[in-house]
Design a protein around this ligand. Structure first.
Ligand code: ADP
Ligand code: MG
Length: 231
């Protein structure tokens, strides 16, 4: 029942999203306008101003693109894909970034096939969001373990475990609330978008964390029916 209440609260929050987005975008727009006005009146825009303008534009772009994922019509195309390959693609995408941060990405994949029905790009987005959070939580480097296992006859369990700063218990419930971020340049949308995508895949997303020990994000996704039968 608590969970139901919390869900409906969350839906209400989602109803307020539009106002939130408008607000989040208006701040950088105001900055941009200020600089352009300065330029018009004094022609004194310097490199620092232009750098700031560019980073404000990037911020708007990031917020809008995260929202586009949510706004996409639900007529997404589900296809049969192996989760191990999707994870592999995402890992090669982020490997150099991890390397730069002294982070090693370790994989623990099931031998058995891990095919599911999914929208590949959306699922990639989820894994990117979560891996990025893991990398950002480890300023001093370390290891991130990425596992994919058939945990029972009905689900694939993907877990991403970092050795980062962790999340205090009282903040775990806030994860997935729109715009909840602890980062200077964060959007606070990554987890919310990921939860939504996993919901449309009939899966679950769970976050466990311990301060100064690390965080594990566990995603369970339904196996194809024929695999469930063969197990
Ligand atoms: P953002 O990354 O833009 O802040 P997210 O929705 O991805 O937004 O994450 C929200 C917040 O949850 C982060 O700002 C951070 O405080 C916390 N968080 C998420 N993942 C982790 C993690 N692996 N380790 C520590 N904190 C995390
Ligand atoms: Mg994030």
């Amino acid at each position: 029942m608590d969970e139901l209440l919390r869900r409906s609260e969350k839906l209400k929050t989602v109803g307020q999203l539009a106002a939130g987005v408008a607000h989040e975008i208006r701040n950088p727009l105001t900055t941009l306008r200020g600089f352009l006005q300065l330029q018009q009146e004094t022609s004194k825009l310097n490199k620092r101003h232009v750098d700031l303008m560019l980073s404000e534009l990037d911020r708007i772009n990031l917020i809008v693109s995260e929202f586009l994922i949510l706004a996409k019509p639900q007529a997404t195309r589900f296809e049969v894909k192996d989760v191990r390959f999707i994870l592999g693609d995402v890992i090669s995408l982020l490997d150099s970034q991890a390397h730069l941060c002294n982070i090693v990405l370790e994989t623990y994949f099931d031998q058995a096939d891990c095919r599911i029905s999914c929208e590949e790009n959306q699922l990639k987005q989820v894994f990117i969001n979560i891996l990025k959070n893991a990398i950002e939580a480890m300023p001093n480097g370390g290891r991130i373990a990425i596992a994919a296992k058939r945990n029972d006859s009905h689900h694939i369990r993907v877990s991403i475990t970092d050795e980062g700063i962790g999340i205090p218990e009282e903040r775990i419930a806030m994860l997935g609330d729109p715009f909840y971020t602890e980062k200077d340049t964060g959007t606070g949308l990554g987890i919310m978008v990921s939860q939504r995508i996993i919901q449309t895949h009939q899966g679950t997303l769970e976050i466990k964390s311990k301060v100064n020990v690390g965080t594990t994000v566990i995603i369970a996704l339904p196996l194809l029916k024929e695999q469930a039968l063969e197990a």
